[in-house]
Design a protein around this ligand. Structure first.
Ligand SMILES: [Ca+2]
Ligand SMILES: [Ca+2]
Length: 364
């Protein structure tokens, strides 16, 4: 059975290893019993420095009888419930080892990013082409044959792309290089799982997420709801009074197709159309688009939250009045330690402003 599984693993395995790589996999025997069971293993198993794990986690020598091509032992009294047995302890194995490997470094398109169990790259103009994850273990080699690399929940290379691994001579350091295939405009996750080659298979996992979707939905203002307001944008008046009258509409005559019209008509007028944006704190973004207007009142703001309250409140200078479609551009850096960012297109007072072909992108 164990052999059949091993063959299947070789056939389906995605991993290309270098000539240096050794097979560090072990064949530990897991025994679960509350009474001392006698275990006999036939087929002439290799027996060398046999050990077992006691209930307190310590590894101890195991008495093994060998006769007639079989190895037999009794589950020791201090290893009730569940224990692991290793009949053939390789010279490289260091025990005890209860620590999973560590993520020593991550490089995305050759640029170092902060390593961790969760790495959020946020919105990117295009998918990375290569991701290299350096993994190391203090005590034992890494079990490359048990590595799992998945893109959007599917193992590579079934999901496209490729994985190569290079392992250090002692086996304790591995660079996992993932070549990312062409991806649709959407949110993506890449996960890498790798255990050490100890009997417990202490495992490290890291998940990188990134999105190649446009940061703003319906940024060309072609889609309206049944009330004629822009889909994916929340439009409202802030600090309105009883006289406030304003309109938010998708209208014809855009720079391309349709456009967003915000019109202040009467009363106190502070008008916004906004949507949530997935900004990474510390990164700089460029908002660009086109506007025309009857008054010099339009602008945009990014508002972030910290500790559950509004914190970052960044606004661009007022846009000039413009009879024809006029481009604008504004750079904004997402404040550290903020989350829950929203971008607002806005205007104040009476008058009309049209927005079209807006985009928000990470600054290169
Ligand atoms: Ca370890
Ligand atoms: Ca348009």
């Amino acid at each position: 059975m164990g052999r059949a599984i091993a063959i299947l693993a070789i056939l389906t395995c995605c991993v290309v290893t270098t000539a240096l790589a050794q097979d560090y996999s072990l064949q530990p025997i897991r025994i679960t019993s509350n009474v001392p069971v006698k275990v006999s293993i036939g087929g002439g198993p290799a027996v060398s420095s046999p050990i077992y794990r006691a209930a307190d986690g310590a590894w101890k020598p195991l008495d093994v009888e060998q006769a007639g091509g079989a190895a037999a032992f009794t589950q020791p009294a201090d290893a009730m419930a569940t224990t692991l047995v290793l009949l053939d302890k390789p010279a490289w194995l260091q025990l005890p080892d209860d620590e999973p490997p560590a993520i020593a470094g991550i490089r995305v398109d050759d640029v170092a990013v902060e390593p961790g169990e969760e790495v959020k790259l946020g919105n990117v103009p295009r998918a990375p082409q290569s991701v290299v994850i350096a993994i190391s273990d203090e005590k034992n080699p890494l079990a490359l044959s048990r590595a799992v690399v998945s893109l959007n929940g599917r193992e590579l290379p079934a999901s496209g792309g490729a994985v190569t691994m290079s392992q250090s001579q002692d086996g304790r350091q591995v660079d996992v290089k993932v070549t990312i295939p062409d991806l649709p405009q959407a949110a993506h996750t890449l996960s890498v799982t790798l255990p050490d080659a100890s009997p417990a298979l202490n495992t490290v996992r890291t998940v990188l997420s990134f999105s190649t979707a446009p940061m703003l939905a319906n940024a060309g203002f072609e889609e309206a709801d049944s009330a004629g307001r822009p889909l994916h944008w929340a439009c409202s008046t802030w600090s309105a009074d009883a006289e406030t009258k304003a309109e938010f509409k998708i209208v014809d005559g855009g720079r391309t197709g349709k456009a967003l019209l915000i019109e202040g008509i009467a009363g106190s007028l502070n008008m916004v159309c906004g949507q949530a944006v997935d900004l990474v704190p510390g990164r700089t973004y460029v908002l660009s688009g086109y506007q025309k207007s009857t008054v010099a009142a339009g602008y945009a703001s990014v508002i972030g939250q910290a500790a559950g309250k509004q914190d970052q409140y960044a606004s661009m200078p007022r846009l000039p009045q413009a009879e024809d479609w006029t481009p604008f551009s504004w750079e904004v850096t997402a404040k550290e330690d903020n989350t829950g960012f929203n971008l607002y297109l806005r205007t104040g007072g009476q008058g009309k402003i049209w927005f079209d072909d807006v985009s928000l992108e990470l600054k290169q």
